[in-house]
Design a protein around this ligand. Structure first.
Ligand SMILES: *[C@@H]1O[C@H](CO)[C@@H](O)[C@H](O)[C@H]1NC(C)=O
Ligand SMILES: *[C@@H]1O[C@H](CO)[C@@H](O)[C@H](O)[C@H]1NC(C)=O
Ligand SMILES: *[C@@H]1O[C@H](CO)[C@@H](O)[C@H](O)[C@H]1NC(C)=O
Ligand SMILES: *[C@@H]1O[C@H](CO)[C@@H](O)[C@H](O)[C@H]1NC(C)=O
Ligand SMILES: *[C@@H]1O[C@H](CO)[C@@H](O)[C@H](O)[C@H]1NC(C)=O
Ligand SMILES: [Zn+2]
Length: 439
């Protein structure tokens, strides 16, 4: 199973994919990325990464893009192989795709031009409460970044009670072993668990696609990061909105960015506190992961998401049920067979397990396949890394905008035919969209 295995391997590499430069002068609250950056300084300084050397060998092919040529030849090859289609890149500021690799030089990050004052409201949610003052949020009031929070705090005890009171039955499955399907041979084939990771089992209430053909429910996971600003700027420029599955640890590190996503009309949804494989966690740990990420978003935006995405898509009926008991509907990405999902591989690009040609080919296959299915679709992408944002704004989004027939690119809630208000507990129209715990 590609994503279970590769994603697990990706983690140590991904930590070192953070270059140090952009992290030195701000976001000191984000201790994990800061320390990861520090530990990677010597590795990236050595200049011996194989990704970096193949980037160099691919630079000739990329120069046509670098000089602003709108259409790169379909036959152009690079150190990474050959792109087998015509690349209609229309973003004149795109950096050469062969430079978008693990080990790429760290770019300067851009501060947001605007932060929003307490009391602002998103115009697309008429009944939204005013946003809080992000500067008054104190990280000390939240768990340690990037670790599953302790389960004995008053908050978690209260959420455990909430789950018990919901009346949603929680199946009594043992947590899975780390290591995915290959380290869980019985569970992987046990249909009772309905474990998406191993074969793609899903339930009716899982959101896995947009219902209408050529509708793309645009999603970005794992932010907000230092690179989210660039993505937001491009989305603004193209007048596109999407859904951000935010990691709680990132939200408390960059609350003003989470507010910008929300006020600009994007949907903000839950992606856990520390980004674990959720089926490996106990019930109480699953509750702590969901509860803290739900809470930090509520404290930052003033509203509580009712949609979430499990990291790595790692969900089974036990984890689903706990989510539903906490009023969180799962949102996956589109799967067209037991082994094929609409995954751009951008995360692997940042970690060095995929090269830019593979990512662009993968995106082209997704677009090809999107014209062959009866529904719209949802794709896995990330706003965590320089590379994932560069490939999105330089290539994936421009290609999508050039697609014929035109895609209708929207947040997931919009492609489901609902107003943005239905993305959040406080503003949800409970008569037309039942809260998950009352499904
Ligand atoms: C599948 O999992 C369920 C829940 O843990 C268990 O009761 C059942 O015995 C398992 N079935 C098999 C064939 O292992
Ligand atoms: C497989 O599961 C066992 C039992 O939980 C664990 O000790 C081991 O580390 C796992 N292997 C991998 C490769 O994750
Ligand atoms: C997608 O389809 C086009 C047109 O049929 C084809 O030229 C291209 O090679 C396909 N892309 C991939 C990655 O298969
Ligand atoms: C998806 O696209 C790829 C590349 O074009 C192709 O190999 C694969 O068969 C397609 N899958 C489906 C189910 O259409
Ligand atoms: C929907 O129900 C929730 C939970 O009871 C409540 O907080 C919210 O205000 C309701 N929505 C509206 C629009 O009244
Ligand atoms: Zn993720």
């Amino acid at each position: 199973m590609r994503f279970a295995l590769v994603s697990a391997l990706a983690l140590p590499l991904l930590a070192s994919a953070h270059g140090p430069a952009g992290l030195q002068h701000h976001h000191v609250r984000d201790t994990t990325t800061a320390s990861a950056a520090a530990s990677s300084a010597s590795a990236s300084g050595s200049g011996t990464s194989s990704a970096a050397s193949s980037a160099a060998s691919g630079s000739a092919a990329a120069s046509s893009v670098a000089t602003g040529t709108a259409v790169a030849s379909g036959a152009s090859s690079s150190g990474f192989g050959t792109i087998t289609f015509t690349l209609a890149s229309t973003n004149p500021t795109a950096i050469p795709y062969s430079s978008i690799t693990y080990g790429a030089a760290t770019q300067t990050t851009h501060a947001m031009s605007v932060t929003y004052t307490a009391g602002s409201k998103p115009t697309d949610i008429p009944n939204a409460p005013p946003i809080p003052n992000w500067a008054s949020l104190n990280p000390k009031n939240y768990p340690t970044l990037d670790k599953t929070p302790p389960t004995d705090s008053d908050e978690v005890k209260q959420w455990i009670q909430e789950v018990a009171n919901s009346g949603v039955p929680i199946p009594d499955f043992a947590p899975t072993n780390p290591g995915g399907c290959s380290n869980n041979t019985e569970a992987a084939k046990n249909a009772t668990l309905c474990w998406w990771t191993c074969g793609g089992c899903d339930r009716d209430y899982d959101v896995s696609a947009c219902p209408t053909k050529d509708n793309w429910g645009l999603t970005y996971d794992d932010g907000p990061s230092d690179y989210t600003t660039d993505l937001l700027a491009y989305l603004d420029q193209q007048d596109i909105r999407g859904t951000f599955f935010a990691v709680g640890s990132r939200v408390i590190s960059r609350p003003a960015l989470a507010q910008a996503e929300y006020i600009k009309g994007h949907q903000v949804a839950v992606h856990t506190w520390s980004h674990p494989y959720m089926t490996t966690k106990t019930n109480e740990e699953v509750i702590a992961e969901l509860g803290w990420s739900r809470k930090v978003i509520k404290d930052t935006l003033g509203v509580t998401p009712i949609y979430w995405r499990p990291p790595y898509g790692d969900i089974d009926d036990r984890v689903r049920a706990i989510g539903m008991a906490m009023n969180l509907y799962p949102v996956m990405w589109t799967r067209i067979s037991s082994t094929q999902t609409f995954d751009t591989l951008d995360y692997d690009l940042a970690g060095g397990q995929a090269n830019p040609v593979q990512v662009l080919d993968s995106w082209d296959s997704i677009m090809n396949n999107s014209t062959q299915i009866d529904t719209g679709f949802i794709v896995l992408e990330h706003d965590l890394f320089q590379q994932t944002v560069d490939i999105a704004v330089g290539y994936i989004l421009p290609e999508a905008l050039a697609h014929k027939p035109a895609y209708n690119i929207t947040p997931v809630i919009t492609c489901l035919g609902m107003p943005m208000a239905n993305a959040y507990m406080e503003t949800n129209d409970n008569s037309t969209n039942k809260l998950p715990a009352r499904e």
